[in-house]
Design a protein around this ligand. Sequence first.
Ligand SMILES: Cc1cc2nc3c(=O)[nH]c(=O)nc-3n(C[C@H](O)[C@H](O)[C@H](O)COP(=O)(O)O)c2cc1C
Length: 211
Amino acid sequence: MNFPPTMTTKKKTAPPQPALRVLAVAGSLNSQSVTRVVVGEAARQLSAQGCEVDLLDLLQEPLPLYNPETAYDAACFPALKRRVDQADVVVLGTPDYHGSISGALKNFLDHFWREFAGKLFATIVSSHEKGLTVTDQLRTVARQCYAWTLPYGISFTGQEEVKLGLVSGSALAKRLEMMTRDIATYGRLLAAQRRADLASKEPGFMARLRP
Ligand SMILES: Cc1cc2nc3c(=O)[nH]c(=O)nc-3n(C[C@H](O)[C@H](O)[C@H](O)COP(=O)(O)O)c2cc1C
């Protein structure tokens, strides 16, 4: 049957989605850090799932202590801001220090807020306990910056689950597999909605972040 031109049923193909961009932050300055090992493994798995992963190791790329009067003029700031701006998802790895996050990670986080809004945070905590207060503090930072978080975080015990620079514990390996799958899945959904909200004129929490 021949349809008139106005009635053609040609299927519209959805525009291709850009690769999900993930900034993975290793927030321990210990050269033998187990947090770095696990963040690195998460980065490897995310790359294998087609994500573009940018690894920020705060030991290799030290950031001056945040001072609101000088931080934005620091030589390293524009490039770091570009990396944060580009990210759809931020993976935050930290050791448990006194039930809290490391100073290095807090210092990184203090440099930004608008740049995090509408993005997904995923948290990885190395702790001898369960790291619950640390995870909660990262969730508080996310809330203050209008970021989403996965409904769970990963915590692990370094000596038991990381050996010779590799993830050795099967429970941690399973949790990482779950987390990287969820980052790729929910990260894509949230990134698409964030882009749509930034481009639209609808009300919503992203309205104030439109250029
Ligand atoms: C200053 C300091 C404070 C710490 N406080 C805690 C703590 O309150 N609870 C805990 O379980 N572990 C605590 N730890 C242990 C670290 O969280 C643990 O060794 C972690 O695996 C270190 O991670 P990293 O190898 O990535 O640096 C502390 C370590 C340091 C150096």
